[in-house]
Design a protein around this ligand. Sequence first.
Ligand code: ADP
Length: 645
Amino acid sequence: MLNRLTISQKGLLLLAVPIAFEIILVGTLLAILFPMQNALQQSSQYVSKTNALKQLANDMNIVNAALLNGMRSRIYGIHDFVERPAGMSFDAFEKRADVMINDAFNAEPRAFLAIPLKKYKLWTDSTQEHLADYGKATSSAAATSQPNNYKKRFDEFQALVLKAQYAAGAGRLAQASQASAEAYKTLAKLYVDVNSELTKLSAQDKQIREDALGQDESRLQAVSQQVTIVLVAGVLINIILAVMLAIVFSKVASGRLLFLMDNTKRLTEGTELNPTLAGSDELALLDKSFHDMAVRLETSRRKEQAIIQNASEVLCSLDADWSFVDANPAAQRVIGFAPEELRGKRLEQFLSESDWNATRVCLAEAKFNSNPINFENELIVSNGARIPMLWSVKWNQEQGKVFCLARDITERKRLERMRQEFVNMVSSDLRTPLSHLDSFLGKLTEGGFGDLNKDGSDQARKSMRNNKRLLELVNDLLNLDKLSSGQMDLKISECSAIDLSQRSIDAVVGFAGKVGIKLVNNAEDVNLDCDGDRVVQVLVNLIGNSVKFSPKGSQVICWATPDSDHMIKFSVQDFGRGIPEAMCKSVFEKFKQVSKADATEKGGSGLGLAICKTIVECHGGEIGVDSELGKGSTFWFRIPQRQKA
Ligand code: ADP
């Protein structure tokens, strides 16, 4: 189940479980503390009401004291009058007060009413204010007692005082006395009521607190104990839970990581991999990719192995001492030794002394070269036969080995020999008699052997033309062979482009004049390093072709000019028939002609441009043609202005 979760989901779970537990813990604590909180809240409502009442009682005291103070200076026994003796009932106290007030008033009616108005106003104002506070506390209190209408009663008291003052002022003393007596009674009753409610409220508040918290605070202790237990247990459980989860997750993850590491080890050792990891988390996906990669590696390794095992060439490696380290099965077929027989044998054992000396130099060179080194030698194989081999070797610094690809080139050598024999045959057995025949036919047509009749001289001329063509073909073939087999060394010297151009024009000018073509030398005065004779050979071929394929009366222009990359560009421009675009590349191949008639009518062999291409490439240049059918062609070639020594 855990393996299905991704690493981020596991991380979330690791966080979420302790957080959820903490939420439960806080909930439990709140549930424990809630009743206490409730009781305290109720109690606080009682407190505000009690406070308001206390203020009120205080006010009453002040007013009461003030009323009596007015008389104090003149009336004796005032203390008895003010305080209700302990144990006296209210009715008795009221009756006694009535008598005392009447007596006092009768004795000093003016003094009773002589409370300074300013002071009186302050007292009544503050009482009104405290009455309003009481009203608010009462309306918000949860356990309100019956409203006592204190405000109304205080207003009545005030009205009575005013009445008494007014009557006294008017000299109606009897009326004033009655009103003031009533006023005092009202106030005294109000005072008593306020005090008695205050006592009741205090008792209620005490009860509520006791109910909520317990009389001897045992409840409070129990609650605090509960809170402590829940807190400690909760924190402990939370820590254990978090640690356990962390251990489980890390165990699961590290177990799976070890599994992956084991697979990596197995892959490097080449042993079979463990089955894929169960689950769908990132590690399982990684393991799956790893298995896929291992399968692909194995497939490509098998393919490589198959290529190496079935290769016809010998693939082998040699150590720094040039002894065989490994080889493929082709070694058995080519050298006559199985790979395991070859192991440890020095390459020197299979070569003649001169071959070994040359080979050793090439192998040593490979050590300091990042590119493969190619060379040829003759291996003396198990049956003593000598097999020509072409080697391509590359040094591997890391492994301290040279990796070799050796190809049996017996067949190539045989073909080369055959070609050489053919060339020799053409050169001696064909060219020599053709040259003799050419000079004989020349002499014959010029009457060197006596005059021929018309028919005879026509035939002799025709034979001479055909013989010349054959001789040209043979010469071209031999030329091309020499060039492409690298037997022709270029004789590089500094030449003038104008001179080269002029020499070429001079060689063709006679033939051009015969067909009415004008040759123009437009070469610039630049010097270059080249094999002058070979460049003239190329230009003669290009100018000759242009003359052949240009209409009578037109001109052929020879250009030479400096080009980009320090090259000199030679061009031969004609205004002849042009070359189809599709053939502009192939005309440089051997025996490629635009039409068959170019061989018969124009007497070409199709080898001229191939020879030109080889000469230009030998100079490190390139050749091409820009042509437009019916408008003419410009054959060009570019060669470096300066050749390396
Ligand atoms: P050859 O001229 O002996 O046939 P080349 O290799 O010199 O052989 O030329 C190959 C062919 O290229 C020619 O036979 C001809 O068809 C075509 N060609 C060469 N030069 C021109 C040219 N200036 N105008 C038209 N065609 C040309």
